[in-house]
Design a protein. Structure first.
Length: 70
């Protein structure tokens, strides 16, 4: 199976390094990265990496699930 040329590369996003909320889980933190990743079965999706404001393990969600917070 072919891999897209931009696989696993960091993508630009307007909310990088800003506070965001994952609307799917309600978790909040800082958007650290957006990456084009293989999510299985040959499907590719833009994944957002969110780090909790006080540090800790980053969580992931689909980019469509993030929104800016105050």
């Amino acid at each position: 199976m072919a891999t897209p040329h931009d696989a696993n590369e960091h993508l630009p996003h307007a909310l990088l390094n800003r506070p965001v909320r994952d609307i799917a889980s309600g978790r909040e933190g800082v958007l650290m990265a957006v990456v084009h990743e293989d999510v299985g079965c040959g499907r590719w999706q833009e994944i957002a990496y969110i780090r909790p404001a006080r540090g800790g393990r980053e969580t992931t969600t689909a980019v469509a699930n993030i929104e800016a917070t105050a």
